[in-house]
Design a binder for this molecule. Structure first.
Ligand code: SF4
Length: 376
């Protein structure tokens, strides 16, 4: 008997159709996309390496959640405080500067009552951390002299016509050797935390930038980590009582709260990171060059890495990814992210730059428009 021929099962894969947002809609409604790639900083590279879709939301559509990210806000305050401590400013000035910086950072956000209370407590915590740190380490970088602060660097990459840009907060010198410093706030510090820094994109990019600007590779990075409170407020405790208890804990366990690690820069590890950056950016640049604007603005053309969705709590773009077919309905929960560099402005078209600055100026009241460029 003749065997019946099996019918081949055909699987049709349909390309997901997402209504591409017209530039005008985004512009009027919320945000202006960057459709060119002219520069990369460490955050862009880190996001690209974490998840392509995350890169798309943050660096192509230029979105950021309209709810304040208190972790980011807290880190920025401590960072500023350390910079001022390095400049030997008295604590009263630092405290005032933190109040002002906090206000500035919170301008685009509306805070509900719960968040406002949290902001007050966290601001006091940040000040306490800095105050106690200053008491215990009156001379932060003993034996080092400050060679330069706020050094901007720009290096043209080899595999693509894109600039690697960034700012070195502080460059130190000791016996003619350069050193860099970096400060972070963290809640959990595991054993691998410092081991991983050997190939960390951020500090190795800074080493590349320093070599470019000063003509020699820095020897090491003094990496300071400030741990957030490991004690929490009791239900019956007042804010003042909690802060007093926290201050006592800072004094009692300084080695738990303040960690410093000396990370040496090796030529091989810096070279290895530079290669990672080159290829990641080459990958990105090819995409920008190959896709037309509609395709570039389609999130389905940016692959997801679902392992990263819950890396640190929930990814801020989870809502958009979860509802990707209708993501434009959820854009009201997002706003345009801060455009920090002139190079980034160049990634937007002229017409869009003007409207972006206009919108931002209205929002923050701190931007001036001059010949199509932003000045702070
Ligand atoms: S939710 Fe997950 S897939 Fe979506 S951008 Fe974030 S990390 Fe990527």
């Amino acid at each position: 008997m003749k065997k019946k021929k099996k019918k081949a099962i055909k699987v049709k894969v349909k390309r997901a159709k997402v209504k591409p947002l017209s530039l005008v809609t985004i512009d009027n409604g919320l945000s202006i996309p960057s459709i060119k790639l002219k520069c990369v900083g460490v955050h862009k590279i880190q996001d690209k390496m974490t998840c392509d879709r995350l890169y798309f939301w943050r660096w192509v559509l230029n979105l950021q959640p309209s709810r304040v990210n208190l972790n980011f806000w807290f880190g920025s305050l401590v960072h500023l405080g350390i910079e001022l401590l390095c400049a030997s400013e008295p604590f009263s000035i630092i405290s005032k500067a933190l109040d002002e910086e906090s206000k500035r950072l919170l301008v685009p956000y509306t805070l509900d009552a719960r968040n406002s209370e949290e902001v007050k407590v966290q601001l006091s915590i940040a000040k306490l951390i800095l105050k106690v740190y200053n008491e215990l380490n009156p001379c932060i970088f003993k034996g080092y002299t400050v060679r330069a602060t706020e050094v901007r660097y720009k290096r043209r990459l080899e595999l693509s016509p894109v600039d690697l840009i960034g700012t070195l907060d502080l460059v130190l010198e000791k016996t003619r050797q350069l050193s860099l410093s970096e400060h972070k706030t963290a809640t959990r510090i595991t054993q691998e935390y410092f081991t991983r820094l050997k190939f960390d994109k951020q500090i190795n990019s800074y080493a590349i930038g320093a070599a470019q600007e000063f003509g020699k590779m820095p020897k090491n990075c003094l990496y300071n980590v400030f741990r957030k409170p490991s004690i929490s407020r009791k239900q019956t405790e007042t804010t003042d009582a909690f802060l007093t208890r926290f201050e006592d804990d800072l004094h009692a366990r300084p080695k738990f709260y303040f960690l410093q690690e000396n990370i040496p820069f090796g030529k091989r590890s810096v070279y290895a990171v530079l290669q990672d950056i080159e290829w990641a950016v080459f990958d990105l640049y090819s995409k920008y060059s190959f896709l037309n604007v509609d395709k570039l603005l389609n999130p389905f053309n940016w692959s997801r890495n679902d392992r990263a969705c819950f890396n640190y709590g929930v990814c801020p773009y989870f809502l958009l990814c979860k509802n990707c077919h209708n993501y434009d309905l959820y854009l009201r929960y997002y706003m345009m992210r801060d455009i920090r560099h002139e190079e980034e402005l160049e990634e937007l078209s002229k017409k869009r730059i003007v409207s972006a600055i206009h919108r931002r100026k209205k929002l923050q009241g701190t931007y001036k428009l001059k010949k199509g460029k932003r000045k702070r």
